[in-house]
Structure formats: structure tokens, C-alpha cells
Design a binder for this molecule. Structure first.
Ligand SMILES: Cc1cc2nc3c(=O)[nH]c(=O)nc-3n(C[C@H](O)[C@H](O)[C@H](O)COP(=O)(O)O)c2cc1C
Length: 167
């Protein structure tokens, strides 16, 4: 898939089939994430892979998007690694680039995903559930699966709304 076509046809997918996603596929998605750019190449990300239904249920209780969490085959929790962090804004941007790499890779593999941010209101509780480290901070959960729904056309404002100036 051409990169520009991939960027334009990627949509958030919120309904998934029961078909499992292979571990090698999850590894490929994470590999795409770690090849994102980062300030000073500090690579300030960590990932957690969640497949257990019991854990998914506990996480689902912490978000209004519980159906998405329960319906996804795999959740990839993306963390900011404080031990590698040097500048909060730049590190958060690097994690965002990492997540977009992962979303585009997921799309190119014919899978579907949605970036879940609302759950960050309970990021400490999620962390308690999934790992004991206090040196990481939850930045997003990516719900991944085989798409049950088609992506749709998407909706964006015209470029004229986005371009502040051309000099
Ligand atoms: C930082 C961030 C947080 C988001 N949080 C959620 C979320 O909690 N739940 C959800 O369903 N979608 C979430 N989304 C997905 C957006 O709703 C979606 O990207 C946007 O509506 C554009 O649609 P598209 O991805 O299909 O192009 C989030 C996206 C971003 C970038």
C-alpha cells in the first residue's frame, strides 16, 4: 500500500470479529512503533500486550469505551518511559508518532484499530492492573483486531482551515 493512500484510508475501527491476531503480527506492529522518530533518538516508549479476557474486563470497567476493549482481540498499552524521558512535550510527541506508525501498519496489514485516550482518566488504575513499574505512564491503549466494519470515508476540514499562512 502506498504510504499516502494508507494515511488517507486509515480509519478508527471499533468493531472486531473473533478471529485472533497472531503474536508475530503484534510484534510487527510494535516494531513499526519503535521505528518512529524521537528527540535525541531517546525512544521513550514501552508497550504492554494484553490478550487475557479477565484483564480486558478489568480494563473495560475503567472506560466508557468498554465494548471496544472487550471486543478487541489484543490491547496494546503504550507507555511513556520516564527513565528515558528528557522533555515531556517532545517525548509525548514521539509516543504519538510511534502510535501513528502502529496504526498505519495495522491498517496496511488489513487489520483494524482505534487509539483509546479517554481511558487515561484512569491511567493510574490501569497501571496498577497491568504492571508494577512506577517509572512508566500510560499514554494510550490501542485496541486491535480483525475489522468487522468497513473504515468509511472519514471527515476532515479543508486544507484552507489548517494552513495558517503561506509566505
Ligand atoms: C489522542 C486521541 C485519543 C482518542 N481517544 C479515543 C477514545 O477514547 N475512544 C475512541 O473511540 N476513539 C478515540 N480516538 C479516535 C478518534 O476519535 C478518531 O481518530 C477521530 O475521530 C478521527 O477518525 P478516524 O481515526 O477514523 O480518521 C482518539 C484519537 C486520538 C488521536
Amino acid at each position: 500500500m502506498d504510504i499516502f493512500e494508507g494515511i488517507k484510508t486509515r480509519r478508527s475501527i471499533r468493531k472486531f470479529t473473533d478471529k485472533p491476531v497472531q503474536d508475530e503480527t503484534i510484534d510487527k506492529i510494535i516494531d513499526a512503533g519503535i521505528w518512529a522518530p524521537s528527540g535525541l533518538n531517546n525512544q521513550p516508549w514501552k508497550f504492554g500486550v494484553i490478550k487475557e479476557n479477565g484483564l480486558k474486563r478489568e480494563i473495560a470497567a475503567l472506560t466508557r469505551y468498554s465494548k471496544i476493549v472487550l471486543g478487541a482481540d489484543t490491547l496494546i498499552a503504550v507507555f511513556l518511559d520516564h527513565s528515558r524521558s528528557y522533555d515531556r512535550i517532545k517525548d509525548a510527541m514521539a509516543v504519538g508518532a510511534c502510535i501513528q506508525n502502529m496504526l498505519l501498519t495495522i491498517h496496511s496489514l488489513g487489520l483494524g484499530a482505534v487509539w483509546l485516550g479517554e481511558i487515561l482518566k484512569n491511567k493510574e488504575k490501569v497501571l496498577e492492573l497491568v504492571c508494577s513499574s512506577d517509572d512508566v505512564e500510560l499514554m494510550a491503549i490501542i485496541a486491535v483486531g480483525h475489522p468487522e466494519q468497513k473504515g468509511g470515508a472519514g471527515n476532515r476540514k479543508d486544507m484552507d482551515h489548517a494552513v495558517l499562512f503561506r509566505k
